[in-house]
Design a protein around this ligand. Structure first.
Ligand code: B1M
Length: 206
């Protein structure tokens, strides 16, 4: 079934991905397995093909749309009801970055762990992060970047948060981001994946 799901994802067949996720859930497979062995594995293959110029942006876009649709189907199973939010997390992709699948996953896992999420979406400026952190009395600001260029821009966002006098910790992540880079730009938090992001946010708010 995972093979079929990966193939549908690669072809950008949104309805098919949704149906296969529903089928996998109905057969009792855990949501985390469907996510990791079906959807994320498919995106990894897509990344390889993209790198080798075997698929191009239009195909990647439709695959990403199918991925987001599959994620939406999984969301209710990844999320447990929590009455009192543990804290407010402002999340978005760094300025210039349009990659939102990883960010959506992190937001979903945090929401499922009881945090209130203010999702600013993609291509978010330092000013918008600062404004939202003030307005929503943020506990954590979370930045995602998938490009080496936009990763470099995270430094300016951390600096803007500090310059605004906000004492809110910043957590960064995304494929090119490392703990060393987080230390270098004085971001308090770093996580390599969505599950670790939940632990890291918990540590930052403790
Ligand atoms: Co683009 N892209 N892309 N792309 N794309 C990559 C990232 C790339 C690695 C492909 C490649 O060359 N192999 C490469 C980046 C190279 C680099 O700079 N290092 C690349 C490029 C070059 C580009 C363009 C420049 C291409 C062009 O125009 N010539 C362009 C840039 C657009 C822009 O942002 N300005 C571009 C465009 C696109 C699309 C729009 C077509 C599409 C995005 C659609 C969308 O997101 N809605 C796209 C996609 C889909 C990809 C790949 C194939 C898949 C990314 C993805 O969704 N992965 C990607 C190749 C790859 O990653 N192998 C690629 C699945 C997702 C679940 O993983 O996002 O890594 P990821 O998230 C993980 C962790 O990183 C972490 O947790 C998540 C899951 O556990 N994480 C965090 C993420 N954020 C976090 C935040 C945290 C903590 C953890 O704390 C806050």
């Amino acid at each position: 079934m995972f093979q079929e799901m990966q193939e549908a994802l690669l072809k950008g067949k949104k309805a098919e991905v949704e149906a296969l996720v529903d089928k996998a859930l109905a057969s009792g497979l855990p949501a985390a397995r469907i996510l990791n062995e079906g959807l994320i594995k498919g995106m990894e293959t897509l990344g390889e093909l993209f790198k080798r110029n075997e698929v191009f942006i239009p195909e990647v876009l439709v695959a990403a749309r199918a991925m987001n649709a599959g994620l939406a189907r999984l969301e209710p199973c990844l999320i447990k009801d929590k009455v009192q939010p543990k804290g407010v997390v402002i999340i978005g992709t760094a300025k210039g970055d349009l990659h939102d699948i990883g960010k959506n996953l992190v937001a979903m896992m945090l929401r499922g762990s009881g945090y209130k999420i203010v999702d600013l979406g993609i291509d978010v400026s330092a000013e918008r992060f600062v404004e939202a952190a003030k307005v929503h009395n943020a506990g954590v600001v979370a930045l995602s970047a998938l490009l080496t260029t936009t990763m470099a821009g995270m430094k300016g966002i951390v600096e803007a948060v500090r310059a605004a006098g906000l004492r809110v910790p910043v957590i960064i992540g995304g494929a090119p981001v490392t703990r060393d880079y987080a230390d270098q730009i004085h971001a308090e938090g770093y996580a390599p994946d969505a599950a670790s992001a939940v632990e890291e946010v918990g540590r930052l708010l403790a």
